[in-house]
Design a protein around this ligand. Structure first.
Ligand SMILES: Cc1cc2nc3c(=O)[nH]c(=O)nc-3n(C[C@H](O)[C@H](O)[C@H](O)COP(=O)(O)OP(=O)(O)OC[C@H]3O[C@@H](n4cnc5c(N)ncnc54)[C@H](O)[C@@H]3O)c2cc1C
Length: 450
């Protein structure tokens, strides 16, 4: 079998595990990644204090990058109007391109006031506290009364950050705003354990009483909440917590009212009904409005694909192919609206294929499954004359002289490990690209001098 040239765009878990599968089959893989460092949300999304999990993933990723037939170019983003675009990648004539760019677009509700200051998307907020440039250096100030919209694990991470680990003063109250009711929580119990001591039990019981009739109309009994979804109600914290965590169920935001400085002051909401639909439920808005005072609002309602990448785009997602004869294969193929069929040799994996879907294990599974079809394609594919890694780097550096190679990533990690040791902390990350690049170049000079 001839080794063919395959490009992987994105070096999060999906991109890296895709690269491993394709490289292990003997092909030459080149990864292009927006961020300087590889890892994606494993690096910049997973909660900062999950050191053990992050270290384990970094080790696996380092092994993938160390494969001799894997090249890495970091700090280079694919953009429809940029120097590196889908077309320019294809002009290099790889045998296949795997898009693993994650879900970098922001889901908007389209309501008035969404652009007020103090209103953030969870992804950006999480990128900020996890140290991803440029979010790491931007203003994500929070106030005394914070609302988080959404009831998944990301909400819990953000509440944990605000209530426990955020440096400086903590909010007086974090309120979770949920479209549906207490039985529709999406977070894992073990994640909520981190913040349960802040849960205001009395306010929670009052909230259950407020929604009990509406919930009962959907066949649910709030009397069962403590035995099923909120076991923490059966205990009381040993001491009164310094901040309160509360829930507002069956509530949908409809407008944000800013103060005279342009910062959110109130969130206008409507009450929802809960409608049973078979095994599931859905929320239906009523016209009963109220205004809740908040100075910070974080939307943790999932993300969407980034349309600026330049892939065929539908409603919030890249278009993937459909084929009733083989739906599993088709869902990994990029759909080309111009021909009405798959764009040959172009694949989607991970959160780029299905936004905000599951944990790292799922992204890995999805990438490896998708790559089975990539490998089948490669078994019959031919390719033109593709540039070597050095030629690609030369071309990329004409427009961006700070493209980072895998050797440079190793130097960065070594510099950061030295910093962590000097500071006596479990891990250290440079918060700006300039600092990362400076650390790489210092490492290079030291290496050359030795
Ligand atoms: C807040 C949060 C907490 C989480 N916590 C956990 C947890 O505790 N445990 C767990 O298992 N999972 C967790 N997850 C889920 C996990 O992070 C994802 O399942 C996984 O990272 C998805 O992988 P991916 O590679 O598809 O996307 P991503 O991880 O988003 O990777 C996308 C990659 O593409 C690159 N990229 C983006 N745009 C471009 C572009 N235009 N050009 C080139 N490159 C580009 C990015 O730089 C990035 O490297 C969490 C997710 C979030 C949001």
């Amino acid at each position: 079998m001839d080794a063919l040239s395959v490009y992987v765009v994105g070096a999060g878990p999906a991109g890296l595990f895709a690269a491993r599968k394709i490289a292990a089959a003997g092909h030459q893989v080149t990864i292009f990644n927006r961020d300087v460092r590889p890892g994606g949300l494993a690096e910049y999304g997973i909660y900062p204090m999950k050191h053990h999990m992050k270290a384990g993933l970094r080790k696996q990723f380092a092994k993938i990058l160390a494969m001799p037939n894997v090249e890495y170019f970091g700090n280079v983003a694919l953009h429809c109007n940029g120097p590196l675009s889908c077309d320019s990648l294809r002009a290099w004539q790889p045998a296949a391109v795997v898009y693993a760019v994650g879900a970098q677009g922001t889901k908007k509700l389209g309501m008035p006031g969404e652009d007020a200051s103090g209103v953030y998307s969870a992804k950006d907020f999480v990128y900020h506290y996890n140290g991803l440039p440029p979010f790491s250096s931007q203003d994500f100030s929070t106030g005394r009364r914070v609302a988080i919209v959404g009831m998944g694990n990301v909400m819990v991470d953000i509440a944990r950050w605000l209530l426990i680990d955020q440096p400086g003063s903590k909010p007086d109250e974090v309120t979770v705003i949920a479209r549906r009711g207490p039985f529709e929580v999406k977070f894992d119990e073990k994640e909520f354990d981190y913040v349960e001591q802040f849960l205001d039990r009395r306010a929670f019981r009052d909230e259950l009483a407020r929604v009990s009739d509406v919930v009962a109309a959907a066949g649910q009994d709030v009397g069962a909440v403590a035995d099923s979804v909120f076991p923490w109600l059966k205990t009381e914290p040993a001491a009164p917590p310094p901040s309160r965590l509360s829930f507002r169920f069956l509530t949908s935001p409809i407008a944000i009212e800013p103060d005279s400085d342009g910062r959110i002051e109130r969130l206008r909401v409507v009450d929802n009904l809960l409608i049973r639909q078979g095994e599931d439920t859905k929320a239906r808005a009523t016209d009963k409005e109220s205004a809740l005072p908040f100075d910070t609002l974080i939307f943790a309602i999932g993300d969407v694909a980034d349309p600026t990448v330049g892939l065929p785009y539908g409603k919030n997602e890249y278009l993937s192919n459909t084929d009733p004869a083989d739906p599993d294969r088709a869902c990994y193929e990029v759909f080309d609206p111009a021909t009405g069929s798959a764009l040959p040799g172009n694949y989607l994996v991970g959160w780029a294929r299905k936004a905000s879907e599951g944990l790292v294990g799922k992204a890995r599974f999805d990438a490896e499954r998708g790559c089975e079809y990539v490998l089948k394609h490669l078994a019959q594919a031919t390719q033109g004359v593709t540039p070597t890694a050095a030629e690609m780097l030369d071309e990329l550096q004409i427009v961006n002289d700070s493209v980072v190679t895998k050797q440079e990533v190793e130097r960065l990690f070594a510099a950061e490990a030295r910093q962590a040791q000097a500071l006596g902390v479990p891990e250290f990350k440079y918060p700006t690209n300039q600092e990362m690049l400076a650390a790489i170049h210092e490492g290079q000079e030291a290496h050359c001098a030795a």
